[in-house]
Design a protein around this ligand. Structure first.
Ligand code: URA
Length: 437
């Protein structure tokens, strides 16, 4: 008897079913994910399936089954032995999005453990681990025991998600990346939520971005993704909510790695750009409220202003081998772009600035590529700011001057100086909506 004879389903039947808009059953989905993970269902077949899902969608029950099947493909962590609530945040990614760095220590300061399992960046959105790796000595790879010990002793940890967490998603995400099927809401929602539920957090706040620098540009699609993920979390017993946030303009004044760490430390010192502080504070309040703690506004802000969150940050960096006082890497070359006239900066589009930072070396094109920690962009003005002719608008940082030309080409037409009273093209408020209980 061949192996095929003992498999309960045939991949081709399931592909045809989804192609013809039939709902897949729980058993079919669980078999498909398992058979793909163990290599029985081929990449070619799964590519056809993900495209059928991309085109025809999935119902709520199917998305839940997909999520549960991906969780079942690996280990499920359990932090119940910590004796304190756990709360985490996931962002769908954006340009200059360094919020995890100040947020983790801020929330941990209130006695809520933050198990932040993060990834590296690919393409124009940066990865949290890449940013932190610009701190000399800092180590992303921790064992489960080290992670548990740090959550107990420091209260929060940002580290690499181990290979054992939702391995089906790792394989599937890599396949989607090369088959044009990343932007399917059922696949995004099950991918993100399988990892977050398997991570074992008790509460989860999702920062779902929309706009130029987000991977779903349309706010309605972002709302739909948020609703889907909130339902998946609640169904799995994780207290979940989502903020829908604006990614039309880069977040803060830095895009890169080392410069984003520097800005995060400014926020932890009670300063930093207003938008980075606002989003950090609002997400912290959500995370604390979902974990059942009093997320009283003044208290959260006070923990940034009086050094408590900074203290937790420093202890977490030391616990992972880093030196919080070591100088951060500085680029060998800089190129400053200045205003060509007096006026008001009325546009600064996130995606082109993200692409420019990536071309400067801050991101990677293939997952094997190294990142240049000092590469990136420092912005000196934000939309709405008055500027004078000759004033620096932004500085490009790179180790090789040859990178400036392509970075400058990326931002051509992406910023504009207008006159006082002209409409500001920033896509509206930073926090557009909240979804959840
Ligand atoms: N991030 C994920 O982890 N998965 C997706 O599908 C998209 C973004």
């Amino acid at each position: 008897m061949t192996d095929a004879a003992i498999e309960p389903f045939d991949a081709v039947d399931l592909i045809r079913a989804k192609r013809d808009r039939r709902e897949l059953t729980t058993d079919e989905i669980s078999w498909l994910v398992d058979a793909y993970t163990r290599g029985y269902v081929a990449d070619e077949q799964m590519s056809a399936m993900t495209m059928a899902i991309f085109l025809n969608g999935m119902g709520r029950r199917e998305i839940r089954d997909m999520t549960m099947a991906m969780i079942a493909s690996g280990e499920r962590m359990d932090f119940s032995g910590l004796g304190k609530p756990t709360s985490d945040k996931h962002s769908t990614g954006g340009v200059g999005d360094k919020i995890t760095l100040p947020l983790m220590p801020l929330v941990a300061t209130f006695g809520v453990a933050v198990p932040q399992l993060s990834g590296r960046g690919l393409g124009h959105t940066g990865g949290t681990l890449d940013k932190l790796e610009s701190i000399p000595g800092w180590r992303a790879d921790l064992t489960n025991d080290e992670m548990f010990a740090q959550l107990r002793d420091v209260g929060g940890v940002i580290c690499a998600a181990g290979a054992g967490l939702a391995p089906a998603d790792k394989k599937l995400y890599a396949l989607r990346d090369i088959t044009g099927t990343v932007e399917a809401i059922p696949l995004i929602a099950s991918s993100i939520m399988s990892k977050k539920i398997a991570e074992g957090t008790g509460a989860l706040v999702l920062d779902v971005k929309f706009g130029s620098g987000a991977f779903l540009q349309d706010i309605e699609r972002s709302r739909e993704l948020a609703r889907t993920m909130v339902e998946l979390g609640e169904d799995a017993g994780v207290a979940t909510s989502a903020l829908i946030t604006n990614m039309n303009v880069p977040l803060g004044l830095t895009i890169g790695n080392a410069n984003e760490v520097r800005e995060s430390v400014e926020v932890l010192a009670g300063g930093g750009p207003a938008d980075v502080r606002e989003l950090t504070v609002e997400l912290a309040r959500e995370m604390l409220a979902l974990a059942g703690r009093d997320g009283d506004g003044d208290d959260v802000e006070a923990a940034l202003d009086d050094g408590r969150a900074m203290d937790t940050w420093r202890r977490s960096i030391v616990a992972q081998g880093g030196d919080p006082d070591a100088p951060l890497p500085v680029s060998r070359e800089q190129h400053v772009v200045t205003a060509d006239r007096d006026g008001v900066l009325v546009a600064q589009e996130a995606l082109p600035f993200g692409i420019a930072a990536w071309r400067l070396g801050a991101g990677r094109a293939r997952k094997e590529d190294p990142v240049h920690h000092a590469a990136g962009i420092d912005l000196h003005a934000k939309p709405g700011d008055a500027v004078r002719a000759g004033q620096p608008l932004f500085t490009l940082h790179a180790d090789e001057p040859a990178r400036f030309e392509r970075a400058l080409a990326a931002v051509e037409g992406a910023w504009r100086i207008g006159d006082e009273g002209d409409p500001i093209d920033d896509g509206g408020p930073l926090i557009a909506d909240r979804i959840g209980r």
